[in-house]
Write a protein that binds this ligand. Structure first.
Ligand SMILES: [Zn+2]
Length: 317
């Protein structure tokens, strides 16, 4: 265990320094990796999906007083087979949960650099184009739509954004036409908030990811009514609505819940504090809420905390 932790720390610390010839081969088996904030990779060793990768993390002042620009040098080093998420460079699809800058900000640049397509709302597509991503590398999908990406079947599920700022949902609204980029972080309007139901066909494993801690209950009821249960739920936790955890546990009946979006995204990704919870108490409270809901609905759900850049294997090869 200690060795594993040391290895993890080393991999986090050393990736900022270019390293030669240490490229990790693609590891088979279905696995997740948390990238900080609401960012994840899902990989089966051949096909890689990214969700809301956000690594640039300019500080609070830069975010407030300058237009948002991805940190190209940092992203270039991150997108390296010797980096802390070696599979990321192989992604061909980037799913965007909603269009706020801490979800969408880096993705147009990443997509352009690695030849991936961004999937999201009309607002996501318009902002991606403002950052220079060609229209044909964006894909507008609405709730209810489904696509296949290699062995993954992906369904867009209507969802909502939590009231995380003084009891209100921040930066609501849509961006209908591509603005002139780069734009200010506060001009990254919400668009819609959606969940993605990801099914890996060869293993049958289902993963559901929320980008914010609220739900559209009728959309989840429709999944329940279709007999769909998920194996792994990736649940954003800040500012969650009272019905968030009970609805997710009752209607999706997950075996494992991985909490995320509890870290401070103004802390640079290379700092030791990156990926730690701004409120450990709230993280524990979330775990208690999951336990209570699991007992109430008889689901036997367990919470699994995944560290920054840790590879969490769902199905071994
Ligand atoms: Zn948001």
């Amino acid at each position: 265990m200690l060795l594993r932790i040391v290895g993890l720390l080393l991999s986090v610390v050393t990736w900022l320094v270019p390293v030669g010839a240490s490229a990790e081969d693609a590891v088979p088996g279905l696995a997740l990796r948390w990238l900080g904030v609401a960012g994840f990779s899902v990989s089966d060793g051949e096909t890689v999906l990214l969700h809301d990768p956000y690594l640039s993390r300019p500080g609070l002042l830069a975010t407030l007083f300058t237009r948002f620009r991805p940190d190209e040098g940092l992203l270039e080093r991150w997108l390296d087979p010797g980096g802390p998420a070696p599979e990321a460079v192989s992604a061909r699809t980037i799913l965007i949960g909603h269009s706020h800058f801490d979800h969408l900000g880096d993705s147009p640049w990443i997509a352009d650099r690695i030849g991936a397509t961004i999937v999201g709302s009309g607002t996501t597509v318009a902002i991606a184009q403002a950052y220079g991503l060609p229209g044909e590398r964006t894909r507008l999908l609405d709730p209810g739509d489904e696509i296949d990406v290699g062995p993954f079947e992906i369904r867009v599920v209507a969802s909502r954004h939590a009231a995380v700022m003084f009891g209100r949902v921040p930066l609501t609204g849509h961006v209908l036409e591509p603005p002139v980029g780069p734009i200010h972080a506060l001009s990254f309007k919400l668009g819609d908030a959606r969940g993605y139901l990801i099914r890996h066909l060869p293993s049958g494993v289902r993963v559901y990811v929320t980008s914010s801690a609220a739900v559209d209950r009728p959309a989840l009821e429709a999944l329940r009514d279709a007999g769909i249960e998920v194996d792994v739920l990736l649940a954003a936790i800040p500012g969650r609505a009272p019905d968030y955890v009970p609805s997710l546990i009752e209607l999706l009946r997950p075996r494992i819940v991985v909490p995320h979006h509890f870290d401070d995204f103004f802390v640079p990704i290379s700092e030791p504090a990156a990926g730690t919870a701004t409120s450990p108490e709230d993280l524990e409270l979330f775990e208690e809420e999951v336990r209570a809901a699991s007992e109430r609905f008889g689901t036997d759900t367990e919470v699994r905390r995944v560290a920054l850049f840790e590879r969490f294997e769902l199905v071994s090869d």
